[in-house]
Design a protein around this ligand. Sequence first.
Ligand code: SAM
Length: 249
Amino acid sequence: MTRRRWIADDWDEATATLKGAQAEHMVRVLRAQVGGQADVVAGGRVFHAEVASISDGGPGGRAEVRFNLVAEVESDPAMPVTLVMSIFKFDHMEWAIEKATELGVATIAPVIARRTEKHLALAAMKRVERWRRIAHEAAQQSRRSDVPVIHDPVKLSERVRATSSSKRIVLAEQERSTTLRGTLAEAIAAAGTEMPDLELAIGPEGGWAPEEEALFDANGWQAVSLGTRILRAETAAIAALAVVSSMLE
Ligand code: SAM
């Protein structure tokens, strides 16, 4: 039977602790017992762990579950991929964050593009904590050994102009000749034995504005196509990550 996997809130070399909602769930719903077995992620490493103590925190208190770390087990590092995601309808975006986490993305960088709806741009900063919670839950559910980093939203131009050693790729619905697959094959060949660090930029529902396409080009981003069909932003994000995963892993 596969052991449940938890991502620790605190840890040291020998123990790890769950607090908050995770601990509440273990104590009150799963009725965890001392001696119970689990996989616990602590500092990006995965351990076979045993419940050492359980505290329900008493009335109004906060539950806490402490584990002894028994033995390290093999962990699967995230793909070296940053998804630069233009902010779009929050429910679709949250679905994309969950799927991108399952697919192994390392970082998600929300950006405000020219055609990002104004009210979404204004509300984005208040949503980031929720996006981080969604990524944490999806990482746990997909038994990842780490949680993707989700940056605070910035203007697209700030991200495009930032210096980076990654291979930077913009998913461009107008692009016809260069494919994502072909660009990845070149980047993998150039990287030799290492996996290349990648940044993948996805536009908003309204697509990239002409001046944004020019900015990407002027800053060395490679425009690539996912084919002739126009995909929703969340579909394009997942399709691109699936192509990357199929070539990197
Ligand atoms: N408003 C645009 C149009 O109708 O042409 C569509 C934008 S699409 C909904 C949102 C984003 O998904 C695009 O900016 C692009 O980043 C990505 N995308 C969608 N289809 C794509 C394709 N066939 N190739 C590359 N990127 C695509």
